[in-house]
Design a protein. Structure first.
Length: 150
């Protein structure tokens, strides 16, 4: 007995029941695709969209670690040490006085800066790229700050 599989498949696909099942599956698949797109968008907002001209951090390389203790002002050119701008890291104020951080982003010959007052006993994890950071005392005495950057 010979069965023509192609003809049987065409009959099966033409039936209303199979069309309903396929339409239901397509609806489910579309919802899964929408959910995955939303998750991708959320992660992009949370961790930042990848930028082509700035290489991401390499988890196989140890981070840049530097301690500043007691200095009235110290500038750390982290991008020179890493060979790229900082894409992630933390700055920890483990001292008893506030520290003034000045983040520096180089754009050719110009430098964009932003100041941030880091209270004692706190940590900041910047969500922006920067090339250097200057650590100053905030007029309360010597600071104790540790910088970790990748």
């Amino acid at each position: 007995m010979f069965i023509n599989i192609q003809a049987e498949a065409k009959k099966l696909l033409a039936s209303d029941e199979v069309r309903k099942v396929l339409a239901w599956l397509k609806g489910r698949f579309d919802r899964v695709v929408d959910a995955l797109t939303a998750i991708q968008r959320m992660l992009a907002y949370e961790h930042g969209l990848p930028v082509i001209d700035i290489p991401p951090h390499d988890p196989r390389r140890l981070p840049y670690v530097h301690r500043v203790e007691g200095a009235t002002s110290e500038r750390l050119n982290i991008s020179a040490a890493l060979g790229k701008p900082v894409t992630r890291g933390e700055i920890i104020n483990y001292g008893d006085t506030n520290a003034l951080l000045i983040f520096i982003q180089k754009d050719g010959a110009t430098e964009n800066t932003i100041e941030y007052l880091l209270p004692s006993g706190t940590t900041i994890s910047p969500s922006w790229f920067y090339d250097a950071v200057e650590i100053k005392d905030a007029g309360e005495g010597p600071v104790k700050v540790q910088v970790l950057a990748q």
